[in-house]
Design a protein around this ligand. Structure first.
Ligand SMILES: Nc1nc2c(ncn2[C@@H]2O[C@@H]3COP(=O)(O)O[C@H]4[C@@H](O)[C@H](n5cnc6c(=O)[nH]c(N)nc65)O[C@@H]4COP(=O)(O)O[C@H]3[C@H]2O)c(=O)[nH]1
Length: 625
């Protein structure tokens, strides 16, 4: 027989040494044990109760958390701007649709929930939707369609969307739901397209820009190398665009540029036309085009652009010069091809604008020569290679009234380089600022030393007006040399007024205020000499020598000279005629009441030593006649 260990212990504790059981003690021990047991049970019951309560609360909290999480998720799904739907995986019935979904499909969710695609969409669409659903359910693989046209719903017709569908399984792994999202990417795609367009197109004309041109040229070169084909690159430049811009203002200039670009693109017959900056364009011609065809097209472009353009009630006239280089004959890489097309363009412009020139290897030589000359020009000033020649200016009766200072460059190996050749180079690299200052100083110093107070005329380049502090340097030179400002005349061409017109005008006004005289040079050759006469009180007009040399040959020249003289007289501006070589020319000018003249008839440009008598060093006064 087995006995509970506690009872055995209680009996042992109630038994004395003789083996006698003390029943009273045993009853006490058993009673105490029962009481202890009751206390334990009560404690356990309480603990159990507390635990159950705690568990119930935890459960309730978990349920509430779950509910809140669901509500939170629901509100996110409801408010995201992406359409979200869920369907029953068995029959594609819609079980969930958010607000964005209603908008995409153009119908309220009540019209869709519980329904299959066949009950909602037209047949051909329902068929596609069902096929997609089956594919996802059968394969278990998600579906992703990018940038496609949404073909359902009201709003969907012109929207581009990214859409996804994926399968959700139940606890046992069986297909339960199909969840789909549809994101409207129309704006993003159109923005991306717009940004890419802007990056590759010129904002004013909407033609491809320089970077697009370089990319296309790179591709063309690669293709032409592989296929052994040839192609032509045209470098184009609008003639006189800057003048138009300046005379009519930038808004008209912009309209004109747009109109010219349209004409170019229209006439270019599908060739690739790009605007690569300012008034410069490039055209890439199709493969294997003949020289004759390229020439014909280029001439057509020159003619089209040369026609009058009516822009915003203004009639304006620009021209076009074109340089052409061929791959592979004139260059096998982009840099050489472009440089050679530019050389041809440079030649076209130099030969009188409105022309088309093919690249020739001698142009390459010319370009290198120009660079060499530019390099030598830098040394010329420090090595004293410049000289100032003086050419007398006289009244038409022959009385010398002053001299024009003309710069000469005595190159150590080339001899005398004509100013027409090196001054544009000095203007290109900015050296004209220092060189011009040197001429001014020499001319003023020389004139200040003459016993007779004759005037001295000095040419100023437009670059001197744009860069450097011309006013200060003239002021400084006058102080330094002691020449009276009224004896100095500066000759400017209309180029000075092109560009920053207001700045140039203010500068001229300040120079005039110092007492310096301002003459307008090359009158009649520019685009807008007449309009400039209105804007500034010039002290003298110089009629360009081209009109004087043609006086006898072309009757129009005589008419132009007469017209300029009568206009100048009306404005009370004295006129000096340039390039007077013959007595007949002088007589004509005298008859037409032209005040002054300059030319070989009076005297050639020379070192001042040749004219010492005229300036009063040896002879007080000398008359030409
Ligand atoms: N056929 C012919 N020509 C005559 C006659 N009389 C004078 N000439 C030439 O006509 C030019 C007159 O100078 P420009 O119109 O100011 O034209 C000047 C001027 O624009 C520019 N230039 C000369 N020196 C300077 C200068 O110091 N600074 C600047 N910025 N330009 C200068 O270079 C141009 C050419 O200068 P040059 O070669 O010295 O040429 C000079 C002169 O030698 C004549 O009867 N017949």
């Amino acid at each position: 027989m087995t006995m509970h260990r506690l009872l055995a212990r209680q009996i042992r504790q109630s038994t004395d040494e003789s083996g006698q059981v003390d029943l009273t003690k045993l009853c006490e021990l058993v009673g105490a044990a029962y009481e202890e047991g009751d206390r334990d049970r009560r404690r356990t019951d309480r603990a159990m109760k507390l635990m159950i309560e705690e568990l119930e609360q935890t459960h309730k909290r978990a349920e509430q958390d779950l509910l809140r999480a669901r509500e939170f998720l629901d509100s996110i799904i409801e408010s995201i701007p992406i359409a979200v739907f869920a369907k029953d995986a068995k029959d594609s019935r819609y079980v969930l649709l958010n607000r964005a979904g209603e908008e995409y499909y153009g119908m309220p969710r009540e019209a869709m929930l519980g329904k299959t695609p066949q009950q909602i969409f037209p047949d051909h669409i329902a068929r596609v939707v069902n096929e997609q659903d089956r594919r996802v359910v059968d394969s278990g693989a998600p579906m992703f369609l990018e940038g496609h046209l949404l073909e359902v719903g009201v709003k969907g017709r012109d929207r581009l969307v990214n859409s996804r569908k994926l399968l959700v399984r139940d606890g046992s792994g069986a297909p339960q739901y199909l969840v789909g999202v549809i994101e409207d990417v129309t704006e993003r795609i159109t923005n991306e397209a717009r940004i890419s367009h802007l990056a590759h197109h010129d904002a004013l004309t909407d033609l491809p820009n320089r970077s697009a041109f370089n990319a296309v040229l790179g591709e063309r070169l690669e293709r032409a190398q592989e296929a052994a084909t040839s192609f032509a690159v045209l470098s184009l430049d609008l003639d006189r665009f800057k003048e138009v811009n300046d005379v009519f203002g930038h808004p008209v200039g912009d309209l004109l540029m747009r109109a010219a670009a349209d004409r170019l693109a229209e006439e270019a017959d599908g060739a690739f036309v790009a605007r690569i900056g300012g008034d410069e364009f490039m055209i890439l011609m199709p493969d294997d085009i003949s020289r004759d065809d390229v020439l014909a097209l280029a001439e057509r472009l020159v003619e089209t652009i040369g026609q009058e353009l009516e822009v915003d009630d203004y009639l304006s006239h620009v021209g076009l010069s074109v340089g052409i280089a061929f791959y592979p004959d004139d260059g096998v890489n982009a840099a050489t091809l472009l440089a050679n097309a530019d050389s041809a363009l440079y030649r076209a412009k130099r030969e009188g604008r409105g022309r088309v020139r093919f690249f020739e290897s001698e142009m390459d030589q010319e370009l290198r020569d120009r660079r060499l000359l530019q390099h030598d020009l830098r040394l010329a000033l420090e090595q004293n290679q410049f000289l100032v020649y003086f050419q007398p200016q006289a009244r038409v009766d022959g009385e010398v009234i002053g001299f024009e200072a003309l710069l000469r460059w005595n190159h150590p190996t080339r001899g005398f380089v004509p100013p027409d050749q090196f001054i544009p180079l000095a203007e290109e690299n900015g050296l004209i600022v220092q060189i011009g200052e040197w001429v001014l100083r020499e001319a003023c110093r020389e004139a200040a030393s003459w016993p007779r107070p004759l005037q001295v005329a000095v040419n100023l380049s437009p670059i001197q007006f744009q860069a450097g502090d011309l006013e200060r340097s003239i002021h400084q030179i006058l102080l330094e040399t002691g020449l009276t400002p009224t004896r100095l005349e500066v000759e400017i061409t209309e180029g000075v007024l092109i560009g920053d017109f207001t700045r140039a005008l203010n500068l001229l006004r300040r120079l005039k205020a110092l007492g310096i005289r301002i003459a307008m040079d090359d009158f009649g050759t520019g685009y807008s000499s007449l309009s400039y006469l209105q804007s500034f009180p010039f002290d003298k007009i110089k009629i360009d020598r081209s009109f004087i040399s043609n006086l006898e040959a072309t009757p129009q020249s005589a008419e132009i000279v007469r017209a300029v003289l009568s206009l100048a007289h009306a404005l009370r501006i004295p006129v000096i005629a340039e390039g007077v070589e013959t007595e007949a020319q002088r007589a004509f000018l005298a008859r037409e009441a032209c005040e002054e003249m300059q030319g070989y008839l009076v005297g050639r440009p020379a070192m001042i030593e040749r004219y010492l008598d005229l300036v009063g060093v040896t002879v007080e006064r000398r008359l030409y006649a």
